[in-house]
Write a protein that binds this ligand. Sequence first.
Ligand SMILES: C[S@@+](CC[C@H](N)C(=O)[O-])C[C@H]1O[C@@H](n2cnc3c(N)ncnc32)[C@H](O)[C@@H]1O
Length: 332
Amino acid sequence: MANKQLTQAKKAKKDEFYTQLEDIEAELKHYKKHFEGKTVLCNCDDPRMSHFFYYFVLNFHLLGLKKLITTCYKNQDPDLFSVSATEQAVYLVYEGEDIGMPPNPNIAGLVHPLKGDGDFRSEECIEFLKEADIVVTNPPFSLFREYVAQLMEYQKKFIIIGNINAVTYKEIFPFVQSEQIWLGPSIHSGDREFEIPSSYPLEAASSRTDSDGRKFIRMKGVRWFTNLDFPQRHEELILYKKYKPEDYPYFDNYAAINVGKTADIPCDYDEAMGVPITYLDKHNPEQFEILDANNLIIENRAPKKPHGLIKDKDGCINGQAVYARILIRKRK
Ligand SMILES: C[S@@+](CC[C@H](N)C(=O)[O-])C[C@H]1O[C@@H](n2cnc3c(N)ncnc32)[C@H](O)[C@@H]1O
């Protein structure tokens, strides 16, 4: 249900979903060594309300940060829960000063107006991007493709939160396949809660309002996307199933077998295998390589696809469509 609302939100460009501090902490604790002496940019974050801002101020000295920059997009929803929300796009540069607890950038006079609307693609925001070493945020779902394209163009390190389905986008999968983007370690399943403006329509099952009247929605399929390394990424996936042809049928149009569950990847099979997208939660680049499905099409039976996955009607087994699959092969 929450996914349906996410799709509707995407269509309506309702992008106000606020990441919870505990989700930020659970992910960022895996990257501590990367932050020493670095400038962090949160470029979809109103410093007056973002938990990313809050996290980096709280941990500024612990992480040994050099600078924190946050920029916010002009507020599209004036009835937002933050009392300080205005239509004005702003930026903040924080360098470790004492701004109280909880941090209050307004009082310290650290918040300044932007010339434009704070769009991450605007010239002034790109200048901040160029200055940054690591970008950390929850970007707008409706602009995820463009957001990632910009990070890659400027060769930035990043930790951003999004939906696992983004892996199947033609603009994203080639980066996953070439090991330029991977999934973070803290979320591999389940839902996550995001705070939303009170004006967003909600279905009861996936939402709640707390005693202060703040609204939250639960979303499925949430993942962190990053290009910063962490130790769990190099842990070997333990496999125990033996290959038996009857258990692993071939795709009609691709020279690969189908594996229904990541845990069923056969330990003794050396050729291409189609695995669920959620395999990426366990992917170790030293154990398996991710393949471009276009290179495994049998005798022009399927057209080349811009994304490089097995999906849609060409990805069938005995004429029956299966869920989208990523192709992998054991490294020698
Ligand atoms: C999913 S929300 C996350 C907000 C915040 N990063 C957090 O996690 O709490 C995405 C934010 O991006 C902002 N946004 C929308 N379009 C934008 C754009 N073109 N440039 C920069 N920010 C944008 C929205 O206003 C929204 O606050």
